[in-house]
Every structure is written in structure tokens, then in C-alpha cells.
Design a protein around this ligand. Sequence first.
Ligand SMILES: [Zn+2]
Length: 317
Amino acid sequence: MILFMTRSFDSICRVGSTSLTDVIALHVPMVVGQRACAMIDTGVKPMFAQLRALAEETGVGRAGTKRGLQWILHTHSHHDHIGCNARMQDAFGSLIAGPGYYAAWHEDFERHYQEFARSCPDLVPDTPELRAEVLDILDDPRPLDIHLGAGDVIDLGGGVQLEAIEASGHMIAELAYFERSTSTLFLGDAITGLDWPIFHSHLDVSAYRATLDRLQALIPARNVTQVQAAHYGRMTPAETLTLIERARVYIDDVEASVLSELAGARRVSLERIWTGVCSAMGRIREFRALNMIRAHLADLEARGLCRAVGKFEYELH
Ligand SMILES: [Zn+2]
């Protein structure tokens, strides 16, 4: 037990990193146990050579061999988190596991594209550029082999265990993973990008708020020593708690901006709210923002603060 308490992050984890844009980084951690290893998400297609080299340099071979890459564990199913699944599975024979809610997005990339980018097809035209943005970073479809839920534990041997933690909000279904021997918390996009030129987006406002509350409570309760997040990299618990507080302010700011647009006229179209919120908060008007604004409208409607009055028209209640 003392051995587990003193084990360092570096002794169980290697991280591959890339830049998606000038301001958006992406980090893919590999967790190394005595018996088996797990990659948490697989990043984007151009990362394959890097991720394969990371495994090989660490002495990680095929699934089924000692310390082999038995698992690809997903936090969530967005294209920038599942991009090397086919090539990694072919190279290492790994099982692919993650939340089952978006299983279809792993198997059918056309559906991934349509449901992710074109949930409002009238407002977001199907263009070659949009298709390329969503699809070019994916290799090939591979089904989820195992559906995971909160509380499931992946035991990699030697005390290295990954416990799935409920982390939805950014998507309808998302998990984080708590590594027990080092008290490391691995996050996908459970805390979204707050300062990007685009809205990173969240699809369930109340679930996002509950996830922030859960993570805030978990950090002291489980004695978290470090946090490794997909787009933020490695953070201390104190930095993570500060980020959680900033995320709450951000959600409140988006809500206030949506309410301000609703207050501007008696019936307000979804397109006008989308345009107005992006302009007021200085973000690019694109599909992620639209998905997020629809989530806020649904949340305000559930709380009795606004209502839909026509096809994609809303008013204050
Ligand atoms: Zn995401």
C-alpha cells in the first residue's frame, strides 16, 4: 500500500501531444500497469505514428502480451478523441471501450457528421469544408467492443486501476477516469475549453453544472494529486479547482447572453440568438455554438424561463 501511495505520475503515464489549432492543444495519455496498458482516447488521425512510437518506446506491445495495450478507453466520442481507433486497434489488438450512448458515432461516420455538425440542417449547410473539418481527422470506423458506465473499474495490474467517473454535460454521455494508485484524474472534455475562438460547446447544461460540482467534491474526497485533461494538459488540483470556478462563470455568461437575446424581441429565432450570442461573446458563429445554444434554450425551457413558440422561435416566459 505504501508503494502505491508513493508511486509517481510519470511511472504510470506517458502522454502524446499535438496542436489542433494555434490555441487548441490535444493530449493523449497512455496508462501503464504491470499486466496491461490503456490509452485514454486516441486523438486525431495524424497522431498515429506518435502514439504507436509512444507505446513502443515504453515497451508496450500487443494486447494479450505482458503490459500490452489491452484497452482504448474513451472519455467521449467526438472526432478528435477517436481519430486513431482503427489503426491503433490494428497495430495493438486493443479492445475499444467507452460510454455506449454514442456507439453509432464510432461505426457510422456519416451519422457522426450529421448529428454532430448538422443537428439543425436548415442553419448549417452540408459543405465539403464542413465535412473535411469533421471527417478528415478520423481514420476508419470501429465499433465499441464494450460499453462502460460510471463505477466500472479497469484493472491494469500492480495496483494501477482506472475507475470510470460520470462526467457528462459537454456531451450527453462522457466519462472521466480516476487512477487509484497515483490519485490521478484523467479528463476528456468534462471541463470544456473556455477561451477558444469557437464555443467548445456543451449539450446538457444541468449535467455540466452537476459534473463541475462532482469534480470539485472528488478532488479533496479522493485526494487527487494531479489532473491530466485532453485540451488543458497536466494541472494541479488547485489549478483544476480554479478552472472549475471559471467554467461556472462561463456557463452563467452564456446563459445571460441567451436571456439577453430573448429579451430583445417578443419572438426570437434560433438563428438570431445564435448570431447574437456569438457576437456578444466574441466567438465564431459555427455549429458547436448552435448546439450549445439549443442546450441552453432547452435548459431555460425546463426551468420555466422561456418557451418555444414556433419552429425554432422562442420567447421569454
Ligand atoms: Zn469533445
